[in-house]
Ligand binder design. Structure first.
Ligand code: C2E
Ligand code: CA
Ligand code: CA
Length: 261
């Protein structure tokens, strides 16, 4: 417990300086359609701390959420992703229809001026809101339904895409699918990884795709590592894929060259 507490304290202290010291970068993981074409990419935060070395987002994001540091870090993520999208457009490597998916934490969405903030950044940088996909987890959609609902409708009205991340792993209530303007369900890699081995996981993946199809929502499968997973998902109507089978998360420069290819 002492070791864990010390590690948490070290992370908190180092996170405090991480933005000023420019220790963050974004990596991008392509999302590919059924023709193998890159249609977008998810921005994934990487932290190289001068004190602690590389720290995984799975470790530092929950802490940044706890301390409130996620608000400034999250805003940096949004701005940086928008700037990099602008750069790819300027270089002519990326289609107007291409998007970057950004992970947005519950506390970011809870800010009363979140919609104004993200809209201002997109406008300032000079990209279109449809080029940004906001990834939210199911938990976000469960807390304050009225507030969340109003914000999602405002975001939708501005033209942003809205995805549900890790679908089916959280506080599952299907009610929010009825009330909220959702564009994409991301099938969690927890279900995808056992396609070919577990009839139950196959049945769940299939059910998510069918549910999405009947609601007119797109599906993106995450954590796709094998061709047989792609074939199974494709045969049941999945529209896009993300995972090591296609590409690991890569630097912005490498992403530009993947887009160009
Ligand atoms: P996530 O949103 O579910 O992101 C997908 C994670 O799966 C990433 O881990 C990615 O590197 C990994 N992954 C991608 N393809 C495969 C695959 O084929 N197989 C396997 N086993 N894993 C794969 P990463 O980058 O370590 O991110 C972990 C989590 O940290 C993310 O999960 C997300 O919840 C959070 N995160 C990352 N960046 C941000 C950010 O900018 N803001 C916020 N709020 N959270 C972030
Ligand atoms: Ca995500
Ligand atoms: Ca996910």
């Amino acid at each position: 417990m002492n070791v864990m507490a010390k590690r948490q304290l070290d992370i908190d202290l180092s996170l405090h300086h991480a933005l000023n010291r420019m220790e963050f970068v974004l990596h991008y993981q392509p999302q590919v359609d059924n023709f193998g074409k890159i249609i977008g990419a998810e921005a994934l935060l990487r932290w190289h701390s001068s004190v602690l070395g590389n720290v995984s987002p799975a470790e530092f994001i929950p802490q940044a959420e706890g301390s409130g540091a996620i608000l400034s870090i999250g805003e940096w993520v949004i701005r940086t992703a928008c700037l990099e999208m602008r750069d790819w457009l300027d270089k002519g490597v990326c289609a107007e229809s291409c998007y970057i998916a950004i992970n947005v934490s519950p506390c970011q969405l809870k800010q009363s001026d979140f919609v104004e903030r993200i809209t201002a950044i997109v406008r300032e940088v000079g990209i279109h809101p449809h080029q940004i996909d906001i990834e939210l987890t199911e938990g976000v959609l469960m807390w304050d339904t009225e507030d969340a609902k109003q914000k999602l409708f405002e975001l939708k009205e501005q033209g942003f895409r809205i995805s549900v991340d890790d679908f089916g792993t959280g506080y599952s209530s299907l009610a929010y699918l009825k009330h909220f303007p959702i564009d994409v369900l991301k099938i969690d890699r927890f279900f995808v990884q056992d396609i070919g081995f577990s009839h139950r996981d196959e049945a769940i993946s299939r059910a998510i795709i069918n549910l999405a199809i009947s609601l007119g929502i797109k599906t993106v499968a995450e954590g796709v590592e094998t061709i047989s997973q792609v074939q199974f998902l494709q045969s049941h109507g999945c529209e896009a894929y993300q995972g090591y089978y296609f590409s690991e998360p890569v630097s912005a420069l490498k992403m530009a060259s993947l887009l160009q290819r």
